[in-house]
Design a protein. Structure first.
Length: 224
């Protein structure tokens, strides 16, 4: 039987970073659900589809194929045969993903793929509704969060380090807006699952968060 770890939480909490580290340490398959939604969003942007046009978004889903590939231990997101890792982390892609992930056609397409992966592999998935909707039977569920100011600061520093012009106030405003959308959407809103363990990373560094989540996993797996 496969072992599943679900990590949910708001934008910028560090879910992907923590999940990748743990997947490597535990030899689990890391499934970056956010990257998969971003790949779909990138396709919508390239097609110049209005995110408010649910019909056009739903129709476009039929022509989208998304797979995951691993090369030298690095996950690559393949959109219709193209490696789009270098494009899906742009701010506009993240905003489009948040706006379009509410639509049933988008969610249904990706949820089916994610569940299939989890049935046959030990996986770590991170996203907004993994523990509540995608993997409701996951053996370990984590709700990873941090204060908005901390998440905005980390994102600002990440962009500056890459040499990208960044406005802290705008980043903070975007995060607040995305939190509101994610928590108030009609379909699969962001929330902490009843059986999820809350981890507040506001005052923690990456190593501390990884150690905390790993300890939770080891207790659940009977390794302590």
């Amino acid at each position: 039987m496969s072992f599943n770890i679900a990590i949910d939480g708001p934008s910028g909490a560090g879910k992907s970073t923590i999940a990748k580290r743990l997947a490597n340490e535990l030899s689990f398959v890391y499934v970056d659900t956010g990257a998969m939604y971003r790949a779909m969003a990138l396709c919508f942007l390239r097609k110049k589809i209005d995110p408010a046009d649910e019909t056009a978004i739903s129709d476009a889903c039929a022509d989208i194929d998304i797979t995951l590939a691993y090369q030298d231990g690095v996950q690559r997101v393949i959109l219709n045969g193209e490696n789009v890792n270098d494009y899906i982390r742009a701010e506009e892609v993240g905003i489009m993903a948040s706006n379009t992930s509410i639509y049933p056609a988008v969610r249904a397409k990706l949820t089916a793929l994610e569940q299939k992966l989890a049935e046959t592999n030990d996986v770590i998935m991170d996203g907004r509704d993994i523990g509540t909707c995608v993997l409701p039977n996951a053996q370990v569920k984590i709700y990873l969060t941090a204060e908005v100011s901390a998440r905005a600061r980390r994102r600002y520093e990440e962009l500056v380090k890459k040499g990208v012009a960044a406005d802290y106030a705008q980043i903070e405003a975007d995060i607040k807006e995305r939190d509101y959308r994610d928590m108030n959407r009609d379909i699969a809103p962001l929330r902490q699952a009843d059986d999820a363990v809350l981890v507040d990373a506001t005052a923690m560094d990456i190593d501390q968060v990884v150690a905390t989540v790993r300890e939770i996993y080891e207790r659940a797996a009977g390794k302590q």
